[in-house]
Write a protein that binds this ligand. Structure first.
Ligand code: ADP
Length: 487
């Protein structure tokens, strides 16, 4: 049988990484996304700054004027307004402040803008126009006007004071000129900050991409070693849950590969040993017939008998190897059939009549009549044959073998019991392993060490529970359990 050959050559890891591959690497991808993220943030920051700075600045100025105006009015109402209050406010908020009586005469005045101030530098006509507008608005007006030196924009606030009629006017003028210088300053600071964020961001992205890709690179390096046949390689995914899981899986895989490799070597050693022994015997006895016993019919027959026995052993071994290989490779499919258990088992047991008569073995079969199960009949026979053969081989002097089927609930447990030497407890776990043979049975001619592995594979294929109960000097029971079919 020719198994599917895997073409590993096509996927042999390449030593040199091309540019296009570098561009698809985790390291580069993380780096580029992080870089894009930082640049986008900076662009957004700049757009927001440019778009909103002027409006925000103007709103801030308005609210400052409002604050100053309210402070002056409440001081005025409480009678605590002094020239000092006005100059402090004017100084703190960078504003020209003038409080006039209803006729336009200055009561208090603070000038910080000298020539640029619209109030101090304005004509009486202009001032009375401002007052009129405030009066008509019933409270206050805002005006944005060019300052007296024309190059500077200023914000003028005029408020008419008094409940029913105007008793005084509060005029506040503040320059919008700092807008440009402040903006310039802010721009410079933001530029410095942007450069700093850019450098830091790129640094972090390089570091981060390295950090993320390092465990993957490390695992890849180990995988390359594994691919080259170094099964002792250790995968280390230290760092992240995902890479640790990957490393664990690869460690598990490499451990399984190691086991399979060891099993393959053992198997080859065992097979060659087992094939060599009967072949040596066949050759030796054939030579004996040629050289010595050829003319002596009695001796010759004895020697020929040995040759036939050894040939049978060889054939059995080769058959077992073929069966197991087929079962393990999954090439052997199940052909399930609904069988009558008692009928099938008695057919098998009939074949042991010769052994029973010739060698004095007693077979006790106890299977209820009406049980039907769903199995592959040929493989089922193989299981029963292997178990009964083992029972015959290892039943010792008692030579009693029991084949039973016991119903429990919906299941039926089928068992083969012998009253032989039993199996030591420490060997129960390995008894089903391929090529395992107990120390004391190793020199026996019977058996290949593959029978129970074949049984195990067939039962696993069927999905049956199975096992062995054994006690030294009492005997062993090999059992498996399956569902009964409703008739
Ligand atoms: P073999 O061809 O050697 O019988 P098996 O796989 O069938 O190979 O069995 C593996 C080993 O398990 C045997 O060599 C024997 O040591 C042990 N064994 C199997 N069946 C029994 C049994 N009924 N009683 C005692 N030992 C057993």
């Amino acid at each position: 049988m020719q198994g599917d050959k895997k073409d590993c050559g096509k996927k042999e890891p390449k030593k040199r990484i091309r540019l296009s591959e570098s561009l698809r690497s985790v390291r580069f991808t993380v780096w580029i996304y992080f870089a894009i993220f930082i640049v986008s943030i900076l662009i957004l920051m700049w757009i927001t700054f440019i778009a909103t700075f002027e409006t925000n600045f103007r709103m801030r100025k308005n609210s400052d004027i409002e604050k100053v105006s309210n402070a002056i009015v409440s001081a005025l109402e409480s009678g605590s307004l002094t020239k000092r209050t006005i100059s402090t406010l004017g100084h703190d908020y960078d504003m020209c402040i003038v409080l006039q009586d209803r006729y336009g005469l200055n009561l208090y005045s603070y000038d910080i803008m000298s020539d640029n101030c619209l109030i101090h530098g304005g004509s009486e006509q202009e001032l009375s126009e401002y007052r009129r507008q405030a009066r008509e608005s019933k409270d206050h007006v805002y005006m944005t006007e060019a300052g007296n030196s024309f190059s500077v924009n200023t914000l003028l606030y005029v408020r008419a004071l008094g409940r029913t009629e105007t008793v005084a006017y509060l005029m506040i003028n503040t320059s919008l000129e700092p807008l440009d210088s402040t903006e310039q300053l802010l721009r410079e600071q933001m530029m410095q900050l942007s450069i700093f964020i850019l450098i830091l961001g790129f640094g972090i992205s390089v570091f981060l991409s390295r950090l993320l890709s390092t465990p993957i690179t490390r695992i890849t390096r180990s995988a390359e070693k594994l691919a080259q046949g170094d099964f002792n390689v250790e995968f280390n995914g230290n760092g992240y849950t995902e890479t640790e899981k990957l490393a664990d899986t690869l460690n598990y895989a490499s451990c399984e590969i190691t086991k399979i490799d060891t099993m393959r070597r053992d198997l080859m050693a065992n097979i060659s040993h087992d094939l060599r022994t009967p072949l040596t015997m066949v050759k030796a006895y054939a030579e004996m017939i040629r050289d010595l016993s050829g003319d002596n019919p009695e001796k010759r027959n004895e020697h020929l008998e040995i040759i036939i026995e050894e040939s049978d052993r060889l054939a059995a071994l080769v058959n077992d190897i073929m069966d197991l290989t087929k079962l393990e490779s999954g090439a052997s499919a199940l052909n399930l059939e609904n069988i009558l258990l008692s009928e099938r088992i008695s057919q098998i047991m009939n074949r042991y009549a010769v052994i029973s008569e010739r060698d004095g073995y007693s077979f006790y079969v106890s299977v209820p009549d009406d049980i039907r199960i769903n199995v592959d009949p040929i493989k089922f026979d193989q299981v029963i044959y292997n178990l009964v053969n083992n029972a015959v081989n290892y039943s010792g002097d008692s030579r009693e073998i029991y084949v039973c089927a016991i119903v429990s609930g919906e299941n039926v447990e089928i068992s083969v019991t012998d009253t032989g030497d039993g199996i030591p407890e420490d060997q129960l776990g390995v008894i089903f392993d391929r090529y395992y043979r107990a120390e004391k049975h190793k020199r026996d001619k019977i058996g290949t060490g593959l029978g129970l592995s074949i049984v195990k594979q067939i039962l696993i294929m069927h999905g049956f529970d199975f096992g062995v109960r054994s006690e030294e000097k009492v005997g062993s029971t090999f059992w498996f359990r399956t569902k009964m079919l409703r008739s």
